[in-house]
Design a protein. Structure first.
Length: 347
């Protein structure tokens, strides 16, 4: 097989993720990928895939792994199956994309990392939010230094509503921590840096869910010389806060995935001050007159690729030995932190 041929993909699971996300992203990337096979227990879904992609359709995951024409497996089956299916695919000589969460236990994530290291194939996790335009903009602003030292990063991804599907049940690895948490904990850790959190507070709760897993997550963590990260992902928020609120010693940022605004000041423009314990004139407070510089960003300004960029980067890793953009080691940190949440506040 020449390096210029499209990568032949097998999609395991044709539900919300496998069909609405992965099949949709792959379909236009005909120069890089071809959906060659699928596996699903539902005959109607298999027939739909055959009509759309003219592909093989299996009822058994083992049959998908045995297909010699399939190079890359997308594991988009329920969360509690991710680790075993990803490891089996690596051992069968396939490249693997595993949907989030990478695993439902840290020990399983470690087995996946070890299996990838022992293989000459790539394992990556679909942490697609790293490609969000608003996240790239936030990272650029923080890295520019205009906000000064980052004191706190607050992320809120909450709403008000019930769920009653399989993703609300512990037996399937459900719950908000496993469903929503991997996306935004991953973003927070990307901004947090390479240091591991040394202080973690977590509270998990069941509020409106009909299942037995959590649907309210409060998480705060801190490390040595790092920002404090304050996260909330809840189904019981009638008045949701903005997604981003970042505090720095020279300014701050707030906003949503669609629109950001930030303001910052130049410390050199402040008048010199000295600590003074004498009574203030007219019993007033010490107040600086801040000259703010303000800017904003809107998602309409972004004209680059969307989540297709995840697949385009993976194509380069598989065909041209480029570094993986999302390594399993980087996502293992997410699983470690989620397991710490469950230890601190079991539901």
């Amino acid at each position: 097989m020449t390096v210029n041929q499209p990568i032949r993909v097998g999609i395991a699971g044709l539900g919300r993720s496998g069909w609405n996300i992965h099949a949709r992203l792959l379909e236009p990337l005909t120069d890089q990928f071809q959906v060659a096979a699928v596996v699903d227990a539902d005959e109607g879904r298999r027939n739909e895939a055959i009509d759309r992609f003219d592909c093989m359709a299996y009822t058994s995951y083992d049959d998908l792994l045995a297909d010699p024409g399939v190079e890359l497996i997308v594991v988009a089956l329920p969360s509690h199956l991710h680790a075993e299916l990803a490891i089996a695919a690596l051992e069968a000589g396939k490249h693997v994309i595993c949907e989030k969460p990478m695993a439902t236990a840290l020990a399983d994530a470690d087995r996946m990392v070890a299996a990838a290291a022992a293989s000459d194939h790539n394992l990556t996790i679909f942490q697609n939010r790293r490609y969000d335009p608003h996240f790239a903009q936030v990272r650029q602003i923080i890295d520019s230094g205009i906000l000064g030292r980052i004191v706190q990063i607050r992320l809120t991804a909450s709403s008000f509503g019930r769920r009653w599907d399989w993703q609300t049940l512990k037996q399937f690895g459900g719950g908000t921590l496993n469903n929503t948490g991997p996306h935004f904990i991953d973003l927070a850790l990307q901004l947090f840096g390479d240091a591991d959190p040394t202080q973690v507070y977590a509270h998990l709760d069941r509020t409106l869910t009909l299942g037995d897993a959590d649907d309210h997550v409060k998480l705060v963590f801190k490390g040595e010389e790092t920002p404090t990260v304050d996260m909330e992902m809840s189904a019981a928020t009638a008045y949701p806060s903005e997604f981003w609120n970042i505090m720095g010693t020279q300014g701050g940022l707030a906003g949503s995935p669609k629109e950001l605004r930030w303001r910052y000041m130049n410390p050199a423009q402040l008048p010199p001050r000295e600590l003074d314990t004498m009574p203030t004139p007219d019993r007033s407070y010490n107040r600086d007159e801040i000259v703010w510089h303000e800017d904003h960003w809107h998602a309409d300004e972004y004209d680059g690729p969307g989540y297709e960029a995840f697949y385009l980067d993976l194509y380069q890793a598989i065909r041209n030995d480029a570094p993986l953009f999302v390594t399993p080691e980087s996502v293992r940190r997410v699983i470690w932190l989620m397991e710490e949440c469950r230890r601190l506040s079991p539901v």
